[in-house]
Design a protein around this ligand. Structure first.
Ligand code: HAX
Length: 441
């Protein structure tokens, strides 16, 4: 067993014992109550999930095992000569709960490189789809095709014991993370570069190799990919992609089945697809205004038009956050350092100065501030990655790090099949009239 896997097992055994005690001594203690509005309105604010890898604060933003994004940028190991954190290090942190050393990160980089072979039938499955297919659909199909490689599914079919679930989930998770950049790059080169594919470079770290296979040689773009893969990796457990992966995994579906389900949620415009919607919205605005840099009044008018058409302003708002997303700020800092004069970036900043006041004036938007998706497209366009339908695939590759680390923990802690109770509107009406009692199991 690899030393990282052994370390994970030791941590998992320790926490499993603590959770057993928690359940034995405090299992009936209430942590929340549920209102009628919460049942209808997306269960906002109900604390009903346990996710070890990260925790979101409405005002402060995300912390991964206690570390904020600025702290990750400071403390996680970097590539030689680089300044952005390596995503392998974040994966280690989410899995083990401790900051990795340089050697830990190098070890993970080479493990991922060794496991990155993708069988041909996965590429055949992608090729079977029309080139016009949305990249996220190709990506999910490819992950499903890769499910043939699940060691968890094979071991389950052979009758594995419950105590070994974590081990096979760990192997599947590492194998899947290792293979995703190759699959994503294949989709990109097939759809946008006439199928002119680029072989992996085993000497590069996970994110730099991804940039290389996409066809980008620029060192700053590699740095952007490292940062991008870190900041999109996890956002605690209740967001659609994380929750879906966890939910499907709770049926003992393997990592491939669970992650593919999560990707389908990420592909929705209110979640991960918002990154393509943002840049599309900005480019449409620029075109409608005749090209060039718009002024604040023009942006204001365009935002009001978007709202009048009954649409949302993409990249703004959040179900939990109530301040500017630190993932937006991290990208803004990157842009200030590397590409302060890029016109699209300056438009993003002017939109940031304009949109929050307009959303506040609507009186119903709980968070008028930008989220992670408001900035990412402008950075990618600068380096030449202009094919915005691909952006959610980048998000998906990164999201694998968080949701798969979580799946390892789910199986290590023996978390149960997820099965909350639902009621009908008929029941709800009787309940508010006092004709039926609240259901407590
Ligand atoms: N533009 C216009 N109206 C907005 C809005 C926005 N950016 N954000 C929220 N609202 C509206 C809602 O549509 C809702 O209107 P109705 O009552 O008429 O239905 C009202 O304000 C209250 O919504 P809320 O409670 O503030 O927000 P929710 O928790 O319901 O939804 C969303 C959170 C992120 C879905 C929402 O803010 C939104 O649609 N934003 C734009 C899409 C987007 O950027 N999504 C990405 C989010 C981050 C993420 O997951 N990235 O992957």
């Amino acid at each position: 067993m690899s030393y990282i896997k052994e370390k994970f097992k030791a941590k998992a055994d320790e926490l499993s014992a603590e959770v057993k005690d928690l359940l034995k001594n405090h299992g009936t203690k209430k942590i929340d109550e549920v209102t009628v509005a919460q049942a209808y309105q997306g269960m906002r604010g109900i604390t009903g999930l346990v996710t070890e890898t990260s925790l979101l604060d409405a005002n402060e933003g995300i912390r991964f095992r206690g570390y904020s994004i600025p702290e990750l940028r400071e403390h996680l190991p970097k590539a030689p000569g680089g300044q952005e954190p390596l995503p392998e290090g974040l994966f280690y942190l989410m899995l083990i709960g401790e900051l990795p050393t340089e050697a830990d990160v190098q070890n993970l980089s080479s493990v991922l490189s060794r496991r990155s072979h993708v069988p041909n039938h996965v590429f055949d499955a992608i090729e079977a789809l029309p080139v016009s297919t949305h990249p996220m659909t190709m990506f999910t199909v490819a992950v499903m095709a890769l499910q043939t490689e699940s060691v968890f599914a094979k071991a389950y079919a052979d009758g594995m014991s419950k105590k070994d679930y974590w081990s096979y989930m760990y192997e599947d998770s590492l194998n899947l993370i290792a293979r995703l950049p190759r699959i994503a790059a294949y989709i990109y080169r097939r759809k946008y570069k006439n199928g002119d594919h680029i072989q992996p470079d085993g000497m590069l770290d996970w994110a730099a190799n991804f940039a290389h296979m996409l066809g980008y040689r620029n060192e700053d773009f590699k740095e952007l990919m490292r940062l991008y893969m870190v900041i999109h990796a996890d956002h605690e457990g209740g967001n659609v992609s994380a929750h879906t992966t966890h939910l499907v995994g709770s049926a003992l579906s393997d990592a491939y089945l669970s992650f593919a389900a999560g990707l389908n949620g990420l592909a929705g415009p209110l979640h991960g697809l918002a990154n393509q919607e943002v840049i599309k919205w900005i480019l449409d605005m620029r075109e409608e205004l005749g090209g060039g840099m718009p002024d604040k009044a023009q942006i204001e008018a365009y935002v009001k038009k978007t709202l009048a058409e009954g649409k949302v302003v993409p990249g703004y708002g959040h179900a939990v956050l109530r301040k500017t997303d630190p993932r937006f700020t991290a990208q803004m800092e990157f842009a200030k350092k590397h590409l302060p004069d890029e016109e699209l970036v300056r438009i993003v900043w002017l939109v940031y100065e304009t949109v929050p006041d307009i959303l506040k004036d609507l009186g119903k938007v709980k968070n008028p501030w930008p989220n992670v998706d408001a900035h990412s497209g402008a950075l990618l366009v600068h380096y030449g990655l202009v094919e915005y339908e691909f952006y959610t695939v980048l998000f998906g590759v990164s999201r694998a790090l968080g949701v798969l680390a979580s799946l390892c923990w789910d199986r290590a802690l023996g978390l149960s099949l997820e099965r909350p109770k639902s009621v009908t509107s008929e029941w709800m009406k009787l309940f508010v009239e006092g004709k039926v009692e609240a259901i407590a199991e």
